[in-house]
Each structure stands twice: as C-alpha cells, then as structure tokens.
Ligand binder design. Structure first.
Ligand code: UD1
Ligand code: CA
Length: 459
C-alpha cells in the first residue's frame, strides 16, 4: 500500500461467542464470497503490510484457533479468557506482540467487507485514530464526539445522554495507535460502566487527557458492517456480490442478469466473456477472455480458456482445465481433467482424473470410471480420438490419438492410435421372433383369464 513509513501490526478481535448466529460453525468462520470472514480480515491486514498479525480468540472455539494456526502459525494466537470487553481483548494481544514498536490497528473477525484501502487512512498518525461512519440507524453503536477534526471521546450507547444518542457519527470499532501508547492507555481503562466491561473506546478520551492527538477518518457504512446473525451474513454476502458484479461489468464481462450470477472472492473473469443468467462460481475459478458460460453452470477450482463454452447445466470441479475453444455441454461433470484445444464433451458425461487431447470428441453418456472404491486412476484420451456414446473407460486406460471407440463399449485395455475398439456383446437378430412371442404370450394371458372365470362360477 501507499506511503507506509512505520512498521505495522494488526490485532484482529475474534473472541466473541457469536451465539446469535445459532450455528455450530464459529461465527468468524462463516464465509462471505466463499471465504471465511476471518480470512477477509487477515487479507486486509496483509494487504496493509502488517508484519505482525495477532488474532484474539476465545477458549470456546478451538476451530478458530486451528484455522489461524494453519494460516499464520502459533505466534499469531492470543487467547482472551474470559472475554471482559474489547479493551481487555486488545490487551490480551500485548504479549504476542512483544517487542513490536510500530503502529497497531485493531480490526474485527466479523467485519468482512472492510478493505485495506478503507483502513489505510488510520496510519501514519501520532495519537489515536478511529474509523467512523455515518449511521443510517445509530442504534447501539458508540457515538463519536467530534469537535471539528478532533475526536474528543467515544461514548457507548449504554452511557449516552439523549443528546449524544442523537449523534449519527458512529464508531466502526477500528482503531489505530502507536503500540506503546495503545497499551499504556489500555492499562488505565476501567470497567465501571453500563456493561461492566473494559471498553477499547475509552482510550480516546484518555489519550486526549494526556495531550495526544485523536481523530476520526470516515468509511462507507456498508464497508464497516459487522455480522452478528444470519440475516446480516446474508446482507454482507449481497453487498459483496454487488461489488463483484459491478467490477466484472466494468471489466468488460457481459451479463444479462448480473443479479443472478454468484462470484467467489477470488473469481477471475476476462473481458469479452459472456455469463448467462444463474451461474455460480465457487472459489478458484479462472475464466479467460471471450468464453461463454451458459445458464445454471457451477464452476469451482477450474480454468476455462478463451473462447471455450460451458453449459448450460455443466459442473466444473477442481482441476478441470479447459483449453481454448473446448466445449462442455449440458449435464457434463469434469473433475481433475485437462482438455486440450477444441476438445468436446457435449452431453451427459463424467470426466474424472485424466486428459483429453486436442479436438477429441467425448460422446454422450461417457464415463471415466476413475475409482474402484479404494484408489483413483487416470484416463488418457489422445488427440482427435472419438469416444462413442455411452462408453465406460475403466481407468487406468489410454485411448490413442485418432482411435475410435464403438458406442456402448466398456474399455478396460489400452487402445492404440487410430484403432477401432469394440467392448460390447455382438448383436443377435432372430427374424419374426417378436411376432411369434406376441402370439404365444397373448394365448397364455387368455388361458389364465378363462381359468379364473371357471373358478369363480364353480364357487
Ligand atoms: C463495539 C464498540 C462500539 C462500536 C461497535 C461497532 C467498544 C466498547 N464498543 O461495541 O463503539 O460502535 O463495536 O460494531 O469497543 N470482542 C472480543 N472480546 C471481548 C469483547 C468483544 O473479542 O471481550 C470482539 C467481539 O467478538 C466482536 C468485537 O470485539 O467481534 C466487538 O465486540 P462487541 O461486544 O460486539 O462490541 P459492541 O458492543 O458492538
Ligand atoms: Ca457488536
């Protein structure tokens, strides 16, 4: 990021219980755009150039701890037990930051839409800086008591007079200060207030009393929204999707019904691509320019080359790699298969674990039998091969370039280049046998009926 002059650290608060989510998954691990909210917060801290990142976790969610350790290591963990307020939570991180003497920013694991660019203005200051926002409904937010540019104090709603409650400039919770100043002020914070908690927000007035500059910078309300319940998670997701759609439209992607297309946090789509209504992208999708993604397709962990066409009703799973001009049609599932230029699988197929050569044609109903219940194996189809409809290719197996597989074959052995393989029973034809069968069957049916009537009249 721009103009970084001092070392930076982030303390991300994630010790809340999140009970209002009513979910067995810890709140901060709920995804927005297919990525855990906590990871969005860590992404922002990393994009800000924070050399130390500490996540404050509670003892009640070992999954959160494990998630942080997997991404950032043990050094990134601070435990707050029990949770006694936001000020207490930040103090819990002091030891983990031991020795750090740059600027510290406090952010939140449940504020997924806040971007590095929104946070950047809090840095390069001597005193305490908070991110404020103009609240449509100030409700329970802390109120910013401003005098011109100076922030005199933050008053929590619980302690606010009616005049202060009328203030619409609110505290997002994000705050930055030099590490030494922050922790020395936190040492003076008391808990004699409406909630009996140690409020982080009290450091503003304390800083001011000690003669340090205190100020607020403003961010859009939508960026600072916190998630406490499922309704807010859905709202955050909707805002996230709106931004993604606008970004792709601006980048030259055509969408006739963008409101029905769902992107993941890392979806990449090249300009000139057309995305029809009702397409869902999971994480890890890369769509190169001028592809066409048709309705009701689901794409995750896959690359779609330029000029390729996918769907309608296609499913691309991780490792699907479609070169230029590949066609994947309706009800085709592709997993961990690379298809070379111009290859086609137009209808009703499962392609799992393998490769398909340039210009090869995979017929309707083809299955790559990649799993025997224990191990996975690969199917390799050569350039220009033609696999007839309803064939099962039992992996491991190789179909040579230009080979032809007869429809309905079960192929268990390799087929050399340009060979024709049949893997099915030879057809038998018995002339007039169907007509003879009908005469005999009808006679049997009538005999049974006659026997039944005889039986009833003799009762
Ligand atoms: C806090 C601010 C308020 C601000 C609001 C924005 C304080 C005292 N108040 O209020 O000014 O407008 O956020 O949403 O800071 N947490 C911990 N440990 C704790 C307590 C909280 O980790 O002991 C975490 C929670 O998980 C949550 C965040 O800190 O993510 C905010 O805590 P919360 O209790 O919701 O603060 P608010 O009362 O909403
Ligand atoms: Ca809150």
């Amino acid at each position: 990021m721009t103009s970084q002059t001092r070392a930076r650290a982030a303390i991300i608060l994630a010790a809340g219980q999140g009970t209002r989510m009513k979910s067995p998954l810890p709140k901060v691990l709920h995804p927005v755009g297919g990525r855990a909210m906590l990871d969005h917060a860590i992404d922002a801290a990393q994009a800000l150039g924070c050399q130390r990142i500490v996540v404050v976790v509670g003892v009640h969610s070992p999954e959160v701890r494990a998630h942080v350790v997997a991404r950032l290591g043990e050094d990134a963990i601070a435990v707050q037990d029990p949770p006694l307020g936001t000020g207490h939570a930040v103090r819990a991180a002091e030891q983990a930051l031991n020795g750090f003497d740059g600027e510290v920013v406090v952010t939140y694991g449940d504020v997924p839409l806040l971007k590095a660019a929104d946070i950047e203005p809090v840095f390069n200051a001597d005193g305490v800086t908070v991110i404020g926002f103009e609240a449509r409904d100030p409700g329970a937010y802390g109120r910013l008591i401003l005098e011109g540019d100076a922030l005199l104090a933050i008053t929590e709603a619980k302690e606010a007079s009616p005049e202060v409650l009328a203030v619409t400039a609110c505290n997002s919770g994000v705050m930055a200060a030099p590490a030494a100043l922050l922790f020395s002020l936190l040492g003076q914070v008391r808990n004699d207030n409406g909630k009996g908690e140690y409020y982080l927000t009290d450091v503003v007035a304390l800083a001011r009393q000690a003669g340090h500059p205190t100020r607020a910078v403003f961010a859009p309300e939508d960026s600072v929204m916190g998630v406490n319940a499922q309704g807010e998670l859905a709202q955050a997701e909707a805002l996230f999707q709106k931004v993604q759609r606008e970004t792709f439209l601006a980048a030259g992607v055509t969408m006739t019904a963008p409101e029905t297309v769902h992107f993941a946090w890392d979806t990449q789509v090249g300009g000139g691509t057309v995305i029809e209504p009702f397409v869902v992208f999971g994480p890890g999708a890369v769509i190169e320019g001028a592809a066409r993604i048709r309705s009701f397709s689901h794409i995750e962990g896959a690359r779609v080359g330029s000029g390729a066409e996918v769907g309608p009703y296609a499913r691309l799973r991780p490792g699907a790699d479609l070169a230029e001009g590949v066609k994947i049609g309706n009800f085709v599932e592709v997993k961990n298969v690379a298809l070379a230029k111009g290859a086609k699988a137009n209808h009703l197929a499962y392609l799992g674990d393998g490769t398909v050569g340039a210009g090869a044609n995979i017929g309707a109903g083809t299955i790559f039998c990649n799993y025997d219940g224990f191990n996975k194996a690969r199917t390799q189809v050569g350039d220009g091969a033609f696999v007839g409809s309803n064939s099962s290719l039992v992996a491991p197996v190789r179909i040579g370039a230009g080979a032809l597989i007869a429809s309905g074959s079960v192929i268990t052995e390799d087929v050399p280049a340009d060979a024709l393989a049949f893997g099915r029973a030879r057809q038998t034809v018995k002339p007039e046998a169907a007509a003879a069968f009908r005469v005999e069957a009808r006679a049997r049916k009538e005999a049974a009926k006659a026997a039944q009537t005889q039986n009833e009249t003799s009762k």
